[in-house]
Write a protein that binds this ligand. Structure first.
Ligand code: 9MR
Length: 391
């Protein structure tokens, strides 16, 4: 079996092994953190008040997922885990994979001529110490470009700038990344193009083939990593999501026809707590359609937006847990799904509190652990979904 096949099936920890013999990033020492015991039978003290897990240790999410050949993990922004050892311990305990979400241009490219890997290297070093697999997010996106981008990049130099960026960033972590979100959110049917691609800066500079170019450069730069096309808005039974599902399938078919090296679809999965139009059969069919085109599937940014849910914490947590359960019961039935990754692990840090704040000002609670790292009903729902899965 080739290395990439192992990755497809979520069986391999080769990336973690390879990194031990690889180069340590030079800036890593700035963010270096003390090794944390990977002994998952030890429960974090913060959990013990809610769960008597010391006497009856419960398997962690990564253990339950691994039993079903699934990789469970989370993204952790630009966090310095050295400053939050309790969160670092929780991540090491629950997660088998760390999503390095600060590999965006805005963080990496202070000037057109320089790169700053400080945040990403710190997290990569943490992943190495804890034997976590890693994935990178993201090489090509339509937003969050540095300020200089608009002034410097033009149709004449755009290809060179894009190629150099992808090569530089991927080479740094080559052999260590399980997968990469090479292109993020390229679809936008509302923009009115016949190919349903988004009117993005890259499209305007390079034409619609920028997507294919990015994947070809990525494949040449790190032939062993899984190359993912990542997007959102395909989960619900609404006209908008239906058109995005169709556009996604069209794009995947286009990749196949053109021989573009894309291995998997990333479905972000920012679910909405008060939305009632999740249709299990429709979503199941979509996953099956993606799989039958030959693509693996990763759930890449799972969380549940609780902006419009009741203030009462018990009611709110119950509904969030129910949303996780309904969704994962469908997702985990699809054999092409290889990973369940969350956009954060603890409510202490979540984009939702900024982007979808509650009108009553109460803190958002979209993730499996609360801000004190206690396991919530969402944690139990995810755990049970893994346990129930018959894959
Ligand atoms: O969670 C991320 C937030 O902290 C950043 O400010 C934002 C812009 O870089 O990106 C958020 O992450 C997004 C991800 O990159 C793509 N899918 C949607 C995520 C939530 O907005």
């Amino acid at each position: 079996m080739k290395r990439r096949d192992l990755l497809y099936y979520g069986l391999s920890s080769w990336a973690a092994c390879r990194v031990q013999s690889g180069l340590l990033p030079t800036q890593a020492s700035r963010n270096a953190i003390a090794p944390i015991s990977p002994d998952t039978s030890q429960v974090h003290p913060a959990l013990s008040s809610q769960e008597s897990t010391r006497s009856h240790p419960k398997p962690t999410l990564k253990q339950r997922a691994a039993a079903k050949n699934i990789i469970y993990g989370a993204e952790c922004g630009t966090l310095s885990l050295a400053e939050e050892p309790d969160l670092a311990e929780a991540i090491a305990q629950e997660c088998a994979m760390l999503v390095i979400g600060c590999l965006k241009w805005q963080y990496l490219r202070p000037t057109p001529y320089t790169y700053d890997f400080t945040y990403a290297d710190g997290l990569a070093e943490f992943a190495r110490q804890q034997n976590l697999q890693m994935r990178g997010h993201t090489l090509v996106w339509h937003i969050e470009q540095p300020q200089w981008f608009q002034e410097i990049v033009n149709p004449q130099n755009a290809e060179r700038v894009l190629v150099e960026h992808i090569q530089t960033v991927m080479q740094r972590y080559a052999g260590r990344m399980h997968s990469w979100d090479v292109v993020n959110e390229a679809i936008q049917p509302q923009d009115g193009r016949s190919d349903q691609l988004r009117q993005s800066p890259w499209l305007n500079l390079l034409g619609s083939d920028y997507v294919d170019l990015a994947f070809h450069i990525a494949a040449d730069t790190d032939p062993d990593t899984l190359l993912v096309y990542n997007d959102y808005g395909v989960e619900y039974d609404t006209a908008d999501h239906e058109s995005r599902r169709m556009a996604t399938l069209n794009l995947l078919e286009r990749f196949k026809t053109k021989g573009t090296p894309v291995h998997a679809l990333g479905i972000q999965s920012h679910l909405v707590g008060d939305q009632s139009d999740f249709n299990p059969e429709r979503f199941r069919r979509f996953l099956g359609d993606v799989a039958s085109l030959g693509f693996k599937i990763l759930i890449t940014e799972l969380d549940v937006i609780d902006q419009k849910l009741p203030a009462n914490i018990q009611q709110r947590d119950r509904r969030v847990a129910q949303v996780y359960q309904e969704y994962l019961d469908v997702v985990l039935d699809e054999p092409a799904v290889i990973a369940i990754l969350q956009w954060g692990l603890s409510d202490r840090h979540t984009w939702i509190s900024q982007f979808f704040p509650r009108p009553d000002g109460l803190p958002s609670r979209p993730l499996p652990l609360d801000a004190e790292l206690k396991r919530k009903p969402a944690w139990s729902a995810i755990a049970q979904a893994f346990d129930r899965s018959t894959r």
